[in-house]
Design a protein around this ligand. Structure first.
Ligand SMILES: Cc1ncc(C[n+]2csc(CCOP(=O)(O)OP(=O)(O)O)c2C)c(N)n1
Ligand SMILES: [Mg+2]
Length: 329
């Protein structure tokens, strides 16, 4: 992974940096708490944590405008928190309670928000990619200037439907940013074992879709690349690909013992490239914040997450009648 560069002083305000710090920390602490609740047996089924990847979604949300859409895979808690969905509603969905965003009937992989333009939450690898292009098609048809962020993983990038989608998105100049969250593993398979080329974003070339590689451990780099991609899409030039190089610290899901990599590998990334530590350093060295300021933010975030966890335990399970609501028939 590209090493983080902190030598150049970034042109960014204290307020902006603090916002990114807060948003990334919320995702990290939320996910840690979800991991704990899972361990306690309060969350069942699949649960895929986003720890390590926080800068990807926080950087791209900073490049989005009101009305833009987002759609992603099952590793979706970070995306929901970053677009402003309620942490209590997300956590209560994880515990399968009525206060959850899908009334406790969807779980970790199946949450949506019309208000925040979040279209899921998809358990089938790659399924969200054509759906993302469909959302962009609707925006283009309605001429509303919207852009859709369609997130998928390095493993999903080897699926055929991704390339059928690239073809149509390019053919119709759809305003969609394809975000490849390259965390370097697809379940237990390292990228080099599954993927013929080192750079996945190159694959857009066959369809005339421009793209670039981005350091996904640097929220400012992600934001800058996101702004460029969004400007491209919004100006009517069609899709854009961002391959965001990142890393997940935890296993694929809560049931993964992660035997396919060493502890040292994970530790090295944590020590050398952690996205939250990066912003923390920028805040402290730029004298934008003191240790005490950051401690106060940490406390505030912990409080939000604790409240979300309390709500997720106190909210009742859905009643049997709920089986007959929110269905097509
Ligand atoms: C069509 C389909 N095939 C296989 C699976 C099982 N599966 C779940 S996640 C996954 C790996 C996906 O890896 P990647 O796209 O890199 O995303 P990440 O989990 O790293 O975020 C696989 C094979 C599935 N859910 N759907
Ligand atoms: Mg992956």
């Amino acid at each position: 992974m590209a090493a983080r560069k902190t030598t150049k002083k970034p042109n960014v305000s204290a307020e902006e940096l603090t916002t990114y710090y807060r948003e990334m920390l919320l995702i990290r602490r939320f996910e840690e708490k979800a991991g704990q609740l899972y361990g306690m047996g309060l969350i069942g089924g699949f649960c895929h944590l986003y720890i390590g990847q926080e800068a990807v979604v926080v950087g791209l949300e900073a490049a989005a405008e009101e009305g833009d859409k987002r759609i992603t895979s099952y590793r979706d808690h970070g995306h929901m928190l970053a677009c402003g969905m309620d942490p209590g509603g997300v956590m209560a969905e994880l515990t399968g309670r009525i206060g959850g965003l899908s009334k406790g009937k969807g779980g970790s992989m199946h949450m949506f928000s019309k208000e925040k333009h979040f279209y899921g939450g998809h358990g089938i690898v790659g399924a969200q990619v054509p759906l993302g292009a469909g959302l962009a098609f609707a925006d283009k048809y309605k001429e509303n200037g919207g852009v859709t962020f369609t997130y998928f993983g390095d493993g999903a990038a080897n699926q055929g439907q991704v390339y059928e989608t690239f073809n149509m998105a390019a053919l119709w100049d759809l305003p969609v940013v394809f975000v490849i969250e390259n965390n370097q593993y697809a379940m237990g398979t390292a990228q080099a074992r599954s993927t013929s080329s080192a750079d996945i974003y190159h694959r857009g070339q066959a369809f005339g879709i421009p793209g670039e590689m981005v350091n996904g451990m640097d929220v400012l780099a992600v934001k800058a690349a996101g702004e460029k991609a969004v400007a491209h899409c919004r100006s009517g030039k069609g899709p854009y690909i961002l391959e965001v190089k990142t890393y997940r610290y935890r296993g694929h899901s809560m049931s993964d013992p992660a035997k396919y990599r060493t502890r040292e590998e994970v530790q090295k990334v944590r020590e050398q490239s952690d996205p939250i530590e990066h912003v923390r350093e920028l805040l402290l060295t730029g004298k934008h914040a003191t240790e005490d300021d950051l401690k106060a933010i940490d406390k505030e975030i912990k409080e939000i997450v604790n409240q979300a966890a309390e709500f997720s335990k106190e909210s009742p399970e859905p009643s049997v009648e709920e089986l007959w609501t929110d269905i097509y028939a």
